[in-house]
Ligand binder design. Structure first.
Ligand code: COA
Length: 198
């Protein structure tokens, strides 16, 4: 039987963050071969682990990383830091594409150039997170354990609430968050934002 454990992030996990992010990056399924191998990790995973490693937790299956939860207790401060410290060299590595290019990769390049922005509901939900588990760890109650660990960590830093965004196409995830007590904050054609009071 596979043995699962949750532990603190270590810098040697960084490569696996990129891999897990890519392999769950197509609305929860594997995006390998559809997009630059690193670009999703550059935006959705690595900066969190690099800028605030204490808020990054790793799920292991028989000792091998197979999932993560990461984020920030203060989205405003985090956006400022990432926009100053993380994105500038990536903007050189990924020049802006032609406006007519509507590929997901081109959209991610645009997101990198724009940087993180602060959503209007940040006063009530200042923290945010990303969670991704590879198929080996899915559907076995590990996601809720990762969530508990992360929410405890941001709560202990004093955050009053947390938000997260989900693509509407990720129907497994959109069904999952409400079961954990999240409620809808923003509902659009393409995505949902969920919130939880801490
Ligand atoms: C969404 C996610 C974090 C949930 O974590 P988890 O550990 O799978 O959570 P659970 O064990 O509570 O399972 C969630 C539900 O999905 C079902 N499920 C999840 N993965 C499954 C799989 N591969 N096969 C069948 N069912 C699955 C479970 O049966 C469960 O349903 P239930 O609540 O009705 O019992 C995780 O599945 C995941 O990382 N998915 C891929 C990446 C992703 O979508 N991330 C979220 C982006 S916003």
């Amino acid at each position: 039987m596979t043995e699962f454990a949750i532990r603190q992030y270590h810098p040697s996990d960084l490569y696996m963050l990129y891999r897990i992010c890519l392999e769950t990056g197509a609305d929860g399924d594997d995006a390998t071969g559809t997009i630059d191998r690193e670009i999703l990790g550059h935006y959705f995973a690595a900066p969190y682990a690099v800028l605030d490693p204490a808020l990054c937790f790793i799920l292991t299956a028989d000792g091998a990383p197979c999932g993560y939860i990461l984020g920030t207790d203060d989205s405003v401060r985090f956006a400022e830091r990432a926009n100053e410290e993380w994105f500038p060299p990536l903007r050189e590595k990924y020049p802006l594409r032609d406006r007519a290019d509507e590929s997901r990769e081109a959209m991610m390049v645009r997101a990198i150039h724009k940087g993180y922005t602060t959503p209007p509901f940040v006063d009530r939900y200042p923290a945010h997170l990303h969670i991704d588990v590879l198929p080996v760890g899915q559907g076995q109650g590990q996601g809720p354990k990762l969530m508990e660990r992360f929410l405890d960590a941001v709560r202990s830093r004093g955050a009053k609430g947390l938000h997260l965004g989900v693509s509407r196409g990720n129907t497994r995830a959109t069904a999952w968050y409400p079961k954990l007590g999240f409620h809808t904050v923003v509902d659009s054609d393409t995505s949902l934002v969920y919130g939880i009071d801490l």
